[in-house]
Ligand binder design. Sequence first.
Ligand code: OOG
Ligand code: NI
Length: 457
Amino acid sequence: MTTLVSHHEIRDRFSKAMSAMYQDEVPQYETLLDLVAEVNRETLERDPELAERLATHDELNRLGVERHGAIRVGSAEELAMLRRLFAVMGMVPVGYYDLSEAGVPVHSTAFRPIDDEALARNPFRVFTSLLRLELIESPELRERAAGILAARDIFTSGARELIALNETQGGLSDEQAERFVKEALETFRWHRDATVDLDTYEALHAEHRLIADVVCFRGPHINHLTPRTLDIDEVQRRMPAAGMNPKEVIEGPPRRACPILLRQTSFKALEEPIRFAGDRQGTHTARFGEIEQRGVALTAKGRALYDRLLGESRRRTAGLTNEAHQRVLAEVFADFPDTEAELRRQGLAFFEYRTTEAGREAGAIAETEVEVERLIEQGLITARPITYEDFLPVSAAGIFQSNLGGDGSEAYAGHANREAFEEALGAPVTDELTLYAERERSSLDAALTSLGIPPVR
Ligand code: OOG
Ligand code: NI
């Protein structure tokens, strides 16, 4: 019998190997990691309460390892194989994101771990986009792109073997896992040589920069990695002095007492030298570094309010500097409750419940009709915000665009097509709201049961 290492162990090793490779390839990313670590350290020193809270909820461990990456692929076969590759690391497709509306001809999912323990260990996620060739207008160019994509194999034969082995064995041995990490990493490596000549690159580039990025290279180079910061405003402020060129505005909600969803910014993509077929030199701009600050996951009701307020603010923020942009956002988001109790009472955000020491001592409670808020006030249970583990399509489009250059934000007529995406993927994507709701529900049931109260329905 082969002893298998856990999928989570493999994910942890892989994410570290990926980070080391990217620091090596993009030295500015290493600078960004240092800056984020410095700001996180200072934030925790300044706010011991936050430090304590993160520590008691298993969030401190993951802070240092936390990151996400992003890749873009060109065909159904590539996407389906990636699904099997990520499964080796306990990562499954969660969520469907349509970016065509924002003028980016892709749709996407995030491969990520889903259970609590796995998230606490290493929540590494990869935002994965599939190019929508059907949105290329010229049939001739569309066929050329499809032909180029069909001729490449973005996986090593070693990776393919180990992925199949994982499926038959239900996992990998330690030695196989080591090899897997090395072989899988090859898929995400940067290539200075394009597979096409400069003319082809330019034709595809003229159609959309992103199409050239996906089609003209041997593989889907990792295009950014993203550490998690506790104070994104401060990192954004310090970026220029550290030699980085930040994108204009921080995407997502404004700064809040109770952070919601996800805020993101990046340093802009670097222009890098490329050798094209036929030995001509050129450049390509794809790779950048991003940072994120995560807050509480919102319910469907909370998300609808977020989307409405963001929509309102957009009309007023066009072309503003980050400072002014954030001021407008703060004003508009005054309508979004900003205390945990209010977020809970109005059913806007997801929480995880636990019985406290006092609750355990109190034992069974006589009444059957008890309000959760009262139990919290009495100190019998606690509620903590469940971290949002996913992405935001409007923010993602902003990140795409600031790194693709130009504003190119004309919407494609093609709309969301989740069925086509799942067909290409070879599996349905998991609904993220269901995951948060289940986590909340089961934690509340357990807490109430421990107090002898029948679960509320
Ligand atoms: C993905 C951009 C989206 C995020 O964090 O929202 C993204 C890409 O540029 O491929 O990474
Ligand atoms: Ni990202």
